[in-house]
Ligand binder design. Structure first.
Ligand code: UD1
Length: 420
């Protein structure tokens, strides 16, 4: 298992190119199941989760051609020969559940492993299943698998989501594109990645309106067609590197980053004392004064994203004064706290809230990555700490961040990957 060795204390200066969004790219690949024609995706991030999604599509029988031979552009297309998503892939990556709606819509049946819990919470899929049942699918849970059939096809309906779940919105949205008649998804998630998916589906011939409004209206069509789509920039990767500039007191140009997609993250950065501006080719972030403590609550978009919570916690650990972070999306997403405390942070967790009392400095220590975003909070802490931090279980990070050590080292960070 690879490790990172980080020697902290250097402010970061330079340019970092933001890659395509993981959470858009995965769903856009799944959208390829909705047509036998060729869906070409560009700006694909070179991360492990995309490779896992590629494996999943290939075992469904669909071709995934690497157009440039470097993993940045894929052509997806072909007939589906296998409607089963097996446990070994779904358990590795929960986003695999998103093949359920498209497989039922296109083939009238699907057998998809239940994803089960994960490190950050139990993460049920009840809303996905109830929504698909409302569209006419018959669902049985058996032997750890979801067995779904809709021999006569799906039929549009009005679905009210009890919570604006990103995954449930996407699964139902994709299924409804090929349903008969109109589907309305009320209390739909409004994340920008869903807007990116809608824009690609509409290029493929779908008829979807209401992006970003909380109500998606989908008029079903008989078939979808080939299209070409560039994946949007990753707003979470961008926010993460903004925190790297913030915690080290640096100045970074995040090439391709869009202030508008970051919303509440930009406001939180500014409140902590990080300056943010949009320039022609990307976002500039820098800090010259002190970091200030703030209070944050995670919420569905346009609120503050849970995927940025751990990174802000690292920054607030060295801010002036006290901060409070309340996590409302996942029940077990504070696993970075004991690791940050081992580096000298003063953080107490009370239920779903963490109180962070800012300290003057952190000190390097051996720490362990537990999930994707938590891993980066430890890198951020290591970049600001005195001495050496050794981060083990880097594979969590490789699932969603491309070339972390290269991007950081190019801006002056002292970080190296030790293989093994
Ligand atoms: C997606 C993102 C993830 C992000 C999350 C919230 C991808 C691949 N992942 O995950 O990075 O942190 O959105 O912004 O895009 N829930 C239920 N029943 C359901 C579905 C969800 O109870 O049927 C609960 C979940 O357990 C969780 C909450 O709803 O507590 C939010 O989950 P959801 O928005 O669905 O997140 P994901 O799509 O899994």
């Amino acid at each position: 298992m690879d490790r990172f060795i980080i020697r902290g204390g250097k402010p970061l200066h330079g340019k970092i190119t933001i890659g395509g969004a993981k959470n858009a790219g995965l769903k856009l690949m799944v959208a390829g199941l909705l047509t036998a024609e060729r869906l070409t995706l560009t700006n694909v991030p070179r991360i492990a989760d995309i490779a896992t999604m590629r494996d999943l599509l290939v075992q469904h029988g669909v071709g995934v051609e690497d157009l440039n031979g470097n993993g940045t552009s894929y052509a997806i297309g072909g007939e589906i020969t296998n409607t089963e998503a097996p446990y070994d892939i779904v358990s590795k990556m929960r986003a695999s559940i998103l093949v359920l709606g498209p497989l039922i819509a296109r083939c009238g049946k699907a057998r998809v492993s239940l994803p089960g819990g994960c490190a950050i919470g139990t993460r049920p899929v009840d809303m996905h299943l109830k929504g698909l049942e409302a569209l006419g699918a018959e669902i049985r849970l058996e032997g750890g698998y979801i067995n779904a059939t809709a021999p006569k096809g799906l039929i549009g309906d009005r679905i009210v989501l009890p919570f604006a779940s990103v995954g449930a919105t996407e699964n139902l949205l994709m299924a409804a594109t090929l349903a008969k008649g109109r589907t309305e998804i009320i209390n739909a998630a409004r994340e920008p990645e869903i807007g990116d998916l809608v824009s690609c589906l509409n290029k493929m011939g779908a008829r979807i309106t209401g992006t970003g409004s909380g109500t998606l209206v989908i008029d079903g069509v008989d078939a979808l067609y080939g299209a070409e789509h560039r994946i949007m920039p990753d707003r979470i990767e961008c926010g993460t590197y903004a925190c790297a500039a913030g915690i080290t007191g640096g100045d970074l140009k995040l090439v391709g980053g869009q202030v508008d997609d970051l919303g509440a993250v930009v406001r939180a950065l500014e409140e902590t004392g990080v300056e943010v501006s949009q320039e022609e080719d990307g976002m500039r972030v820098r800090r010259t004064g002190a970091l200030r403590g703030i209070d944050i609550m995670t919420e569905p978009y346009p609120g503050f994203p849970t995927d940025m919570q751990a990174q802000f916690m690292a920054m607030l650990a060295v801010a002036e004064g006290a901060s409070m972070i309340t996590e409302t999306i996942f029940e077990n997403r504070f696993m970075h706290v004991p690791e940050l405390n081992r580096m000298g942070a003063r953080i107490n967790v009370h239920g779903s809230s963490a109180i962070i009392r800012g300290v003057h400095a952190l000190s390097g220590a051996p720490v362990m990555a537990t999930d994707l975003r938590a891993s980066f909070s430890l890198i951020l802490a290591g970049l600001a700490a005195h001495g050496e931090t050794i981060l083990s279980r880097v594979y969590h990070l490789d699932r969603g961040y491309e070339a972390v050590e290269k991007k950081l080292a190019a801006c002056g960070a002292n970080i190296e990957r030790v293989k093994g």
